[in-house]
Write a protein that binds this ligand. Structure first.
Ligand code: NAD
Length: 493
């Protein structure tokens, strides 16, 4: 059994409490993957002070040089892709095809950030006065606390860490307790690539203890959090006391609309991937299917045939389509929602129970589930379930479909399948979501595009793409007066 440590100020170390927690394989609860430090506030203090000290030299390292280190990180991630994918599958259950994709997203993010080291553009703008030069430049901010979930154990940390480092900030990284080995391997790779001591600090442990201590710390200037809306709200409140900059990427209740003119085979592949990929445990998962009444029955028949064929199992096996839920409590939450759906009067078409046949009994498996006759105001149509449960709602036209899609507190991803250009453009305009896909599933973000949601999915920031560099840098406006005269803006021009 492997024993893992924290990484603070360039050294691997145990928690000051000497306490540890276990991590187990959700596909086989008897498999203990390792023990990890259960860190304390004291450990947070050490990690923050280490990041604060190293900020003074890292901020002065030229951005292209910082980018060079990230390029090496991308190279090592490429070499170790298969190994990392397997670790991730064992830790959180999704199938190898998807964990390989998770690593690839990290690789893409590394190379994108590396090239940004030679850009990080500012602006030069004409002055209103003679012999005066105006510019605005990006400056590093300081220590960033990065708090991440388990469902994209590598990709999400890279979305946060690479732009934070590229912009010249230092980092205290607290990964989810379900995926601590992936986080540890990631930090090992940063070290191998040459990240200086203290620039990246890793601490394992419970969010309510050390996550909150990071958020409340006076010397942490930035918090980037991805996780549930419930915890996001708590973080927003605690961070208000020190007025730190906070990015929140939270829950979703995404829908796919299928119109009567859609390519149904294409839409079918889309909904299967969107609803049951990663066992429905993606922030962008398709949780609702809004079907035009003219194709409703036919499409459901096609869907049912395919869902019956989905094979549950260990994500390491090439025969597996759907892995387990991440934990016993996550599976219980899913089941509670199924009970709620039944009580609300929805029709349980398939699934709705634990999968316990043979080896499946060792893990937290749940049968792919579909509810039909769902109405827009049912809880299963509005609340995030985060499991393999799809709620099907009937509609008669595109405007009603969009209204149903928008009928939730969330606004992350969305999708519409149609060949009608007018309907597609109406959807692009009227859907309230950070991401809209036309003729593609709700899944499929690319590393170089902005990622994030509206309403209670977030607080207006975006990860990925060019926009993330605004979050991790501070604009400084500089005026250089080379006239030798006393000049007054708004008065002497
Ligand atoms: P979670 O909110 O339970 O935990 C996320 C992280 O926050 C973990 O590291 C956890 O230890 C930490 N944490 C918990 N309580 C804390 C506290 N009081 N203070 C500080 N940190 C705390 O979420 P999860 O179960 O790991 O992930 C699933 C959720 O994440 C879903 O709601 C999903 O939609 C969301 N998610 C959103 C996105 C997005 O980009 N919008 C991406 C992936 C996941």
């Amino acid at each position: 059994m492997k024993k893992f440590q924290n990484y603070i100020d360039g050294k691997w170390c145990d928690s000051s409490s000497q306490q540890t927690f276990e991590n187990r394989n959700p596909a086989n609860k008897n498999e203990l993957l390792g023990t990890f430090p259960k860190s304390t506030k004291e450990d947070v203090e050490k990690a923050v002070q280490s990041a604060k000290k190293s900020f003074e030299s890292w901020r002065l390292t030229p951005a292209p040089k910082r980018g060079d280190i990230l390029r090496k990180v991308g190279d090592i991630l490429t070499q170790r892709k298969e190994e990392l994918a397997k670790i991730m599958t064992k830790e959180m259950g999704k199938v190898l095809l998807e964990t390989r994709g998770d690593v690839q997203e990290g690789i893409d993010t590394a190379y994108y950030a590396a090239t940004e080291g030679r850009r990080l553009f500012g602006h030069t703008v004409p002055s209103e006065l003679n012999n005066k030069f105006n510019m605005s430049i990006r400056t590093p901010i300081g220590v960033c606390g990065l708090i991440t979930p388990w469902n994209f154990p590598l990709a999400i940390p890279t979305w946060k860490m690479f732009p934070a480092l590229l912009c010249g900030n230092t980092v205290v990284f607290k990964p989810a307790m379900q995926t601590p080995e992936t986080a540890t391997r990631f930090v090992e790779i940063l070290i191998e690539a040459g990240i200086p001591n203290g620039v990246v600090n890793l601490i394992h442990g419970a969010g309510s203890e050390i996550g909150n201590a990071i958020v409340e710390h006076n010397d942490v200037e930035v918090i980037s959090f991805t996780g549930s809306t419930e915890v996001g709200k708590k973080i927003s409140k605690s961070a208000a006391d020190t007025l730190k900059r906070v990015s929140l990427e939270l829950g979703g209740k995404n829908a796919q609309i299928v119109m009567d003119d859609a390519d149904l085979d294409l839409a079918l592949d889309g909904v299967l991937w969107g609803a049951f990929g990663t066992t429905g445990q993606r922030c962008t998962a398709t949780s609702r299917l809004i079907l035009h009444e003219k194709i409703h029955d036919k499409f459901l028949e096609m869907l049912l045939t395919r869902v019956k064929k989905l094979r549950l199992g260990d994500g390491l096996l090439s025969t597996t389509d759907v892995g387990p839920c991440v934990s016993e409590s996550q599976r219980n939450t899913v089941h509670q929602y199924v009970e709620i759906g039944k009580k609300e009067g929805a029709n349980l078409l398939i699934g709705g129970e634990f999968a316990t046949e043979g080896e499946l009994d060792n893990g937290w498996f749940y049968k792919p589930t579909i509810f039909t006759n769902v109405t827009p105001n049912m809880r299963i149509a509005k609340e995030e379930i985060f499991g393999p449960v799809l709620s099907v709602i009937k509609t008669s036209n595109v405007f009603e479909a969009i209204q149903i899609l928008n009928n939730t507190i969330y606004g992350l991803s969305s999708s519409i399948y149609t060949k009608n250009i007018n309907d597609a453009f109406a959807a692009m305009r009227d859907i309230k979501a950070g991401i809209v896909y036309i003729n593609a599933p709700t899944i499929g973000a690319e590393a170089h595009m902005p990622f994030g949601g509206v309403k209670q999915t977030g607080n207006g920031h975006r990860e990925g793409g060019w926009t993330v560099f605004d979050f991790y840098s501070e604009w400084k406006t500089i005026y250089v007066d080379y006239s030798g005269n006393f000049q007054r803006a708004q008065i002497d021009s």
